[in-house]
Design a protein around this ligand. Structure first.
Ligand SMILES: N[C@@H]1[C@@H](O)[C@H](O)[C@@H](COP(=O)(O)O)O[C@@H]1O
Length: 341
């Protein structure tokens, strides 16, 4: 097992997460208010979320929430997808929300400039508003000043969607509940940051010979499954990864189930729990390797659709120790930012 000084590993942003999220939640309403005004003024009916890597998974989670609870037309794009296929009819009554920690990612900057040229209203959700093209050029900016990009990006996007829904009089009860439960996030995240580390180490020790795992989930956690099971798995852990929608498990994935083939299940607590459990039970019955992280064990009473915020912490610990027990430093890169792409 690799000996690493946790404090020096950039991959792990958990240490300051609780405070960063608490600080941002204090100001997120003020930071999103001008965007809500713009939406009202321009009668915006269509929203595009655009991001790359982890930031694209945040956009897909926002699309999930908006699709489920509002009548808005919403799409989530990766950076190049947006550049190549952006809606040609969009103008002021369309909002393009660009999500990027750095605000400098090539295709985010290019997409932003292309959207602006077409007259689409643009929003940047990023760490800082200075020293990066997204923060400086977007029409509206929500800057969160944090390393905990996943949590803060989601906090910005959930707030935006919930406030739009309330303004439209759609799903008001659920939206109020989500907004009030979000205030409890720092405590819940802090608890899991403190309490899940040892468990993650124990869980991953027997997995040290694995080359990777398939991540299975449903509903609001599918983008998180992609973020952790594919992006984190490949970029940080140099392991093999793929995402399987629990409801699709029967249509292909089930045929590879056997001893030594690992599936990581992220169990939701909403109505998709049943179909996810069905896949899990199948893997257990046919002696596949099932690793389970159940939102019911972590939710601490929070709404089912806050699972992407909460489950990130146990997953982060799990991925960190999966890397460490496999003797890999998650900060190592051999290609990204090292060689020409
Ligand atoms: N290796 C990084 C990823 O870790 C990151 O998720 C992505 C988006 O970065 P940003 O959010 O700064 O646009 O860029 C690269 O692919």
């Amino acid at each position: 097992m690799l000996r690493l000084n946790k404090e020096e590993v950039h991959f792990l942003v958990t240490a300051d997460m609780k405070k960063e999220v608490a600080d941002f939640l204090e100001v997120v309403d003020a930071k999103t208010a001008p965007i809500l005004e713009c939406i009202k003024e321009n009668r915006v009916e269509r929203i595009c979320f655009i991001g790359c890597g982890s930031s694209s998974a945040a956009g897909s989670t926002a699309k999930y929430l908006a699709d489920k609870y509002t009548t808005l037309a919403v799409n989530a794009y990766t950076g190049w997808e947006f550049i190549d296929s952006m809606p040609v009819c969009g103008n002021k009554n369309m909002l393009a929300v660009f999500i990027s920690q750095s605000g400098t990612t090539e295709e985010i900057v290019e997409g932003l400039r292309k959207a602006k040229k077409q007259g689409i209203m643009t929003v940047g959700v990023c760490d800082q508003r200075e020293d990066n093209p997204l923060g400086m050029e977007a029409d509206y900016v929500v800057d969160y000043h944090a390393e905990a990009m996943w949590e803060c990006q989601l906090a910005a996007l959930y707030t935006l969607i919930a406030r739009i829904a309330l303004e439209r009089g759609e799903s008001t009860e659920v939206m109020e509940k989500i907004l009030s439960d979000m205030k409890l996030l720092p405590e819940v995240l802090g608890y899991h940051i403190e309490h899940f580390e040892e468990k993650a180490l124990e869980m991953t020790k027997p997995l040290r010979n694995l080359k990777g795992f398939y991540t299975v989930s449903a509903s609001s956690m599918v983008p998180l499954a992609y973020k952790e099971g594919v992006i984190t798995g490949m970029e940080f852990l140099w392991s093999h990864g793929a995402v399987i929608q629990a409801g699709e498990f029967r249509h292909g994935p089930l045929e590879i189930v056997e001893s030594g083939v690992p599936f990581l299940f992220l169990l939701p607590t909403d109505s998709s729990r049943a179909i996810t459990q069905r896949a899990l039970q199948f893997v257990e019955r046919w002696k596949g390797t099932a690793i389970v992280l159940d939102y019911a064990d972590f939710a601490m009473g929070l709404h089912a659709d806050l699972a992407p915020f909460v489950m990130f912490v146990p997953l982060e610990w799990f991925c960190y120790y999966f890397s460490v027990v496999r003797d890999h430093n998650p900060d190592d890169r051999r290609y990204y930012g090292v060689v020409e792409y």
